[in-house]
Design a protein around this ligand. Structure first.
Ligand code: PCA
Length: 215
């Protein structure tokens, strides 16, 4: 039923990839945090958490199925960006795949568009500035980021925004992306899992409370 849970918030994380996968620090903090919020009610809406595979194409297909299934009001995808020190609220997705490492299926596209002939970029349709302020006000490290990279995270983010921009049935659905730092046991700089979870909770609450995208 398309309208079965019209008020849900879809929150996704990724599985482990690259170095963290090889070194045995297998869990991806994006999924560890998202799954802890599964079922929680935020701003009167229920969180549905799901894990995406770190594979070009398959990740988006998985997200697309989840969107069909849940018809969420809002979609927040989360990924790990080792090297970043704060919750990075992504402002823009670009139409480019340029992988520095292979994805979990061994694919490593270089200099390729995600969707041929489609726009070079899309902005997040979440109120990124207000989300930033809400997280900072809670004493957690956060920043706006102007690039979600050119790997699987940016790919999913771009496909999401392309679909939301072009599917009239999803005209009122909003979407965006957030990158999180390593966990302390994975590398430095890092952020504790409890802070990531609290940060995502605040990001979702402020995105729901403020209906307008702010670029
Ligand atoms: N981070 C990668 C893909 C999966 C993840 O968690 C990225 O930033 O593209």
């Amino acid at each position: 039923m398309a309208n079965a849970d019209v008020s849900s918030l879809l929150l996704t994380g990724f599985d482990a990839f690259g170095e963290t996968r090889e070194t045995g620090h297998a869990a991806n903090p994006s999924w560890l945090a998202a799954r802890l919020l599964d079922g929680e009610e935020i701003g009167g809406r229920k969180v549905v958490a799901a894990r995406l595979p770190t594979v070009f194409g398959t990740a988006w297909e998985t997200l697309e199925r989840l969107i069909e299934q849940h018809r969420p009001a809002l979609i927040l995808c989360v990924g790990l960006a080792g090297g970043r020190s704060a919750l990075s609220i992504e402002r823009v997705a670009i139409n480019l795949m340029d992988a520095r490492i292979p994805d979990n299926a061994g694919h490593q596209p270089k200099d390729e568009p995600i969707v041929s002939g489609a726009p070079a970029a899309y902005f997040s349709s979440l109120p990124v500035r207000n989300m930033l302020q809400a997280v900072v006000a809670a004493g957690l490290p956060a920043e706006l980021s102007q690039s979600a990279g050119t790997f699987v995270c940016n790919h999913v983010f771009y496909r999401l925004m392309h679909r939301l921009a072009n599917d009239p049935a999803l005209a009122s659905t909003r979407g965006g992306f957030v990158h999180v730092p390593f966990l302390p046991e994975q590398g430095s700089p890092s952020l504790a899992l409890a802070s990531v979870v609290q940060g995502l909770r605040i990001l979702l609450a402020s995105a729901v409370a403020d209906g307008q995208p702010v670029r």
